[in-house]
Design a protein around this ligand. Structure first.
Ligand SMILES: [Zn+2]
Length: 314
């Protein structure tokens, strides 16, 4: 059985032909005409899906289904994209529009973070897990929660926004306008501003030197910490502690088999993953009696969106 996964982005739409084991057999992309009408954008997506299906040498009627991942706020059950910051979607009934355009009955939609979580859980880093929490450490912090093999999204899919769980009352300002959100401590953006502050306070540190040589990004503190710099180690340890506090909160509510860490920062590998695993083990409620919780880095990279969207329709 074959499925189509569609990953809508602000710049481009990707579509892939995916088998039931989560392998992408082929994929193609089209430019997102973000300022066109929603109907025109959906027509572009339908044309892209047709192209991929034809290239795969099969017919639309042979598809098991089509899954769509979209940025923004999505009502999964209604099949509607409520809005998307960068794309001209507003209460767009994408499931009905795409289904009608292609004559395919099984069409599903969800938020892109949820799709990535489902893809990683079924076919990526969490393969075999029935319960997982995927945390994407990027510009913001996205979370996707899988319980008993299904996405948990709350009423009208408005939940699963773990990035905005408040971990510190009156804390750092978050992009959402509130204070003290997990995202304001665990995003790559937060790590960069912490790094910048430490550089200012400790101009004599190796961290300051590394920052001067290569600029400040999510890697800067990790690079200097690996060389033994005390200032950098403090930045990294603080950052990991904050990420860990978020994970422990999710562990106490969902008790997943595995945490899957994605996003740019996850490329730090063991330097990030091992201390997080230790932190969760030490601090999750009842962890000494309960089954262990694994912490792993995401493995599907940019394909997680396509694979996870296809998985929605499986
Ligand atoms: Zn927030």
């Amino acid at each position: 059985m074959y499925f189509i996964g569609v990953d809508i982005g602000g710049m481009s739409v990707k579509a892939g032909l995916v088998d039931e084991k989560g392998n992408i057999l082929l994929k193609d992309t089209a430019v997102t005409r973000a300022r066109a009408s929603a109907e025109e954008i959906v027509a572009d997506i339908a044309a892209l899906v047709k192209k991929v299906v034809e290239a795969g040498g099969i017919h639309l009627s042979e598809l098991g289904g089509i899954g769509v991942g979209s940025p923004g706020s999505v009502d999964d059950a209604a099949g509607v994209i409520r809005y998307s910051c960068n794309i001209n979607f507003e209460r767009t009934p994408i499931v009905a529009l795409l289904g009608d355009a292609l004559g395919v009955k099984n069409v599903k939609v969800s938020n892109d973070a949820n799709c990535a979580a489902l893809g990683e859980t079924m076919f990526g880093a969490g393969r075999g897990a029935k319960n997982s929490v995927t945390v994407t450490l990027g510009t913001g912090v996205g979370t996707g929660i899988v319980v008993d093999g299904r996405l948990l999204t709350g009423n009208r899919s408005a939940g699963a926004e773990g990035g905005h769980v408040i971990i510190k009352a009156g804390g750092e300002k978050c992009g959402c306008g509130k204070r003290g959100c997990f995202e304001a401590y665990a995003s790559a953006t937060a790590l960069m501003s912490r790094t910048a502050r430490a550089v200012e306070r400790h101009p004599e540190s190796l961290l300051a030197q590394v920052a001067k040589e290569r600029g400040i990004d999510g890697k800067t503190a990790f690079i200097a910490a690996k060389q033994g710099d005390k200032t950098a180690k403090r930045v990294v340890n603080d950052y990991i502690r904050y990420v860990g506090i978020g994970l422990v909160g999710f562990a106490n509510v969902f008790y997943p088999e595995v945490f899957i860490i994605g996003g740019g920062i996850s490329k730090e590998g063991d330097a990030l993953i091992l201390p997080l695993k230790e932190f969760v083990k030490k601090n999750a409620y009842g962890a000494e009696f309960n089954p262990p919780i694994d912490v792993v880095a995401a493995t599907l990279g940019n394909d997680a969106g396509i694979i996870g969207a296809a998985a929605l329709a499986m």
